[in-house]
Design a protein around this ligand. Structure first.
Ligand code: FAD
Length: 472
């Protein structure tokens, strides 16, 4: 049997700037790519199953056009690799590492299986600017504060000159990659909920590149201010593409560094890519933060178990317009603006005092861009129990946040249709509309919208009191 080179496709659905693909295509005349679909991984990531289905379809066409075979298997990764080793005559196994605790543990088991049969393997870092273990403080410990982390990480990255684009030079007769049965019967999600994602998103490497191009040409210069205004399309919206590796952070940085006039927008944007690196760095060095507070004094925090309020938050019927708008944007589009992620998350953990893990779980299920390190770090940052986090006692006021970042109520009116005729003065506090005006616009708070599920002032006091207890 002819020896075979194999590439294990993970979170790297792209042809360009994909180190494992680049290396295997340099070494081999013919090779096969395997995707191992473990349905358990997507049980709590419903929205991402839709993206995965689209991405696999898209990627297998791209690979087929240049003669690369993609095979999709369903099951537990370790069992599938065992079978592959048994049934195929493998020469070398290639992959790009995924730096999360669970994926690293799977990877370790795969390495053991390959070692046991003396099969060669090569692994690469394809999804981060650098290995999380390569960036360390002078005393050799991991960073826990963003600014010095990113200063060091960006410097190392720029010095390493690792930011050239690697285009694969592989071309063979086109083949057709079908995998129809598994794609249609196992991976494709069928609920109606998913269908609307088609309106908002076009997964794939080409779409990611054109989004980035458009963002650099038109939006990056104003990113410094627009990134905080949820009614403006001021951010790159590349997060789901990054989550599936349809674009690499190297590619993004490389394109951004080409900008000749590097203003504040450029710097702020590059820093956000830095926050992505920082989240990965944190989870890599502190893997227990996937489930536990990074700052363990929060372990004593008296979280409230209130399913009714949690459900109201999930459904976007809390009576706080900016919170409801965010939660509805999430459910409708599989994405939520970063400013509003902070507001809705803060509302859950501070106004409702519900455990951040409940919110993390809901975001994980609904976000197309779910990324374990970013989600965990984002939630712990908001809750105040993470690294370099917003202090717990700094409590976002959802009314003032709305008035500051959505002054004309455009974002609220887009997602909370019940409030579309409310004068802008009251759009973030519809309970304050005077009786006269209510009559004029025919608005009744309880009938047409919702009474706030908590009073801001009281909720704030209760949160501060709970936090005080923690410090005792
Ligand atoms: C509670 C909470 C949960 C979050 N969960 C996720 C998640 O699961 N997946 C995810 O990718 N991001 C998450 N974020 C970070 C951020 O909200 C999104 O990355 C951003 O909104 C994506 O939109 P964009 O691509 O237009 O971002 P842009 O503003 O265009 O930024 C470009 C890229 O930088 C990275 N980035 C931007 N902001 C952050 C940040 N604060 N932390 C880490 N990386 C960042 C992302 O990769 C993003 O795609 C979360 C933030 C919070 C507060």
């Amino acid at each position: 049997m002819q020896k075979k080179n194999i590439l294990w496709l993970r979170e790297d659905f792209r042809l360009e700037d994909n180190p494992a693909l680049y290396e295997i295509s340099k070494k081999s005349e013919k090779f096969t790519i395997f995707y191992l679909y473990n349905h358990k991984k997507f049980e709590d990531r419903s929205a991402q199953r839709w993206w995965l289905y689209q991405s696999l379809n898209n990627y297998q066409k791209k690979l087929g056009n240049i003669g690369i075979k993609l095979e999709i298997y369903e099951g537990n990764e370790i069992d599938i690799v065992k079978n592959l080793i048994k049934n195929e005559n493998i020469n070398t196994f290639y992959w790009n590492t995924v730096f999360t605790p669970q994926e690293l543990s799977i990877e370790k088991k795969v390495e053991n299986l390959l070692d046991a049969k003396s099969i060669l393997y090569q692994k690469f870092n394809g999804n981060l600017l650098q290995n999380p273990f390569d960036v360390k403080k002078k005393d050799n410990t991991p960073f826990q504060v963003f600014t010095p982390f990113w200063r060091t990480a960006e410097e190392i990255y720029l010095k390493s000159k690792n930011y050239f684009k690697k285009k694969i030079n592989y071309k063979s007769k086109a083949i057709s990659n079908a995998n129809v049965d598994i794609l249609e019967k196992k991976i494709k999600p069928n609920k109606d909920w998913y269908k609307k994602f088609n309106i908002y998103w076009k997964p794939g490497e080409d779409a990611a590149k054109s989004l980035l191009k458009n963002f650099i040409e038109n939006n990056i210069k104003d990113y410094g201010t627009n990134r905080d205004i949820p009614s403006v399309e001021g951010t790159s919206k590349l997060s789901p593409y990054l989550a599936f590796g349809e674009i690499s952070p190297q590619y993004i940085l490389n394109e951004c560094y080409k900008i000749t006039k590097k203003n504040i927008g450029f710097r702020k944007y590059i820093n956000e890519i830095g926050w992505r690196e920082f989240s990965h760095h944190l989870l890599y060095h502190f893997p227990t933060m996937e489930k536990n507070n990074l700052r363990n004094q929060f372990d004593k925090f008296p979280w409230v178990n209130d399913r009714d309020k949690l459900n109201k938050w999930k459904k976007g019927i809390t009576g706080y317009p900016i919170v409801d708008a965010g939660m509805r944007e999430l459910y409708e589009t599989g994405w939520m603006h970063n400013r509003v992620r902070m507001i809705t998350a803060s509302f859950l953990v501070k106004h409702l005092r519900i455990d951040w893990r409940e919110g993390e779980k809901h975001f994980r299920d609904c976000l197309l861009d779910f990324n374990l390190p970013n989600n965990i770090a984002g939630w712990q940052w908001v809750a105040g129990c993470g690294a370099d986090a917003a202090p717990y006692f700094r409590i976002f006021n959802p009314i003032l946040q709305g008035e500051k970042f959505d002054p004309n109520g455009l974002y609220v009116k887009k997602w909370v249709k019940e409030l579309k005729d409310i004068p802008k003065k009251y759009v973030h506090k519809p309970w304050e509309i005077p009786e006269m005006e209510k009559k004029l616009i025919n608005f009744n708070l309880e009938k047409n919208y919702y009474k706030p599920i908590v009073d801001h002032k009281i909720a704030r006091e209760l949160a501060l009191a709970a936090f005080k207890e923690l410090k005792k």
